[in-house]
Ligand binder design. Structure first.
Ligand SMILES: Nc1ncnc2c1ncn2[C@@H]1O[C@H](COP(=O)(O)OP(=O)(O)OP(=O)(O)O)[C@@H](O)[C@H]1O
Length: 275
């Protein structure tokens, strides 16, 4: 067993050690969502997690973000035990991140302003990120004046402007039409390749997971979900997410992972129908 002492530079960015998460049901019964999860994500690694609905993907993300604490085991970030909110992480959710009453530049610069950066400096940096995500010229627009894809770009810029070491994404692109989605996925890969951020990406779409990731984790159906499979995705980079799907190796990986995932989806359907 590879034992790493805290604070070594090669400590994994994210390290879940024997993590079990329980919630109390309104009846007072204990509901075990995750059981004994051991998961390490390296610096700069793009890791996706898939699994049947309700198995505990978002709960795993909440544990990494520090929104929830494990019931057993621990979460370490860069070799240090996570206590409270993870200040190295930034989240992009499926729902909107932007404040509707603020313009694009106000929304994007907000994270820096909250960190104490002056308005001038924050705006300058925000302009750089707005351009990076392809929204130059829209600085003064309000979220309702933008398309869904453009609002996702705002959300990405909002998160990335603070240069987080960890990017947590929960079905971030699932509400987008397929073309916008591919565009955004390619944009994300381009920006991620320029940073050394570790990405933890939740999706229901196995193709999306494979196209984007270095690794795909499959969770078992809940309750008490565990890790069923951990797949390395050795497809060449840079990738075009729309085209990589036609790659032979992509098809082989898809078949292999889907075999694992399908069984869990069936278990989940069966237990939902028997409930
Ligand atoms: N704060 C909470 N209190 C009680 N139960 C919770 C809480 N958060 C999550 N759960 C339960 O934990 C289980 C896993 O939920 P979670 O949202 O993590 O699953 P998921 O895999 O992300 O689901 P989906 O794929 O549908 O988004 C569910 O049964 C859910 O009801």
């Amino acid at each position: 067993m590879n034992q790493q002492s805290p604070r070594l530079p090669d400590s994994p960015m994210i390290d879940l050690q024997g993590v079990t998460k329980e919630f109390l049901k309104p009846s007072g019964e204990v509901h075990t969502v995750l059981r004994n999860i051991n998961l390490r994500v390296a610096k700069g690694e793009f890791c996706s997690i898939v699994g049947p609905t309700g198995c505990g993907k978002s709960t795993t993300l909440s544990l990494i973000a520090g929104f929830e604490a494990p019931s057993l085991g621990k979460v370490q970030i860069k070799g240090e035990k996570l206590e409270g909110i993870n200040s190295r992480a930034s989240c992009v959710f499926q729902t909107e991140n932007a404040f509707p009453w603020k313009t694009v530049i106000d929304n994007v610069s907000l994270g820096l302003r909250l960190n104490g950066t002056s308005k001038n400096d924050a705006f300058q940096e925000a302009r750089r990120w707005i351009e990076k995500v392809g929204l130059k010229g829209f600085e003064g627009h309000y979220p309702h004046q933008l398309s869904g894809g453009m609002r996702k770009r705002v959300a990405l810029a909002q998160c990335l402007i603070t240069q987080p070491e960890i990017l947590l994404m929960d079905e971030s692109f699932s509400a987008l039409d397929v073309h916008t989605r591919h565009l955004m996925e390619n944009e994300l890969l381009k920006i991620w390749e320029e940073t050394s951020a570790s990405v933890f990406f939740i999706t229901h779409d196995l193709e999306e997971a494979i196209a984007l990731s270095d690794r795909v984790i499959v969770l078992t159906a809940g309750p008490a979900a565990t890790i069923k499979g951990d797949y390395r995705i050795n497809l060449e980079r840079p990738r075009n997410v729309a085209e990589i799907r036609f790659d032979k190796q992509f098809a082989e990986l898809h078949e292999q992972i889907w075999n694992d995932l399908r069984d869990e989806v069936m278990v989940s359907y069966a237990s939902a129908n028997n409930a």
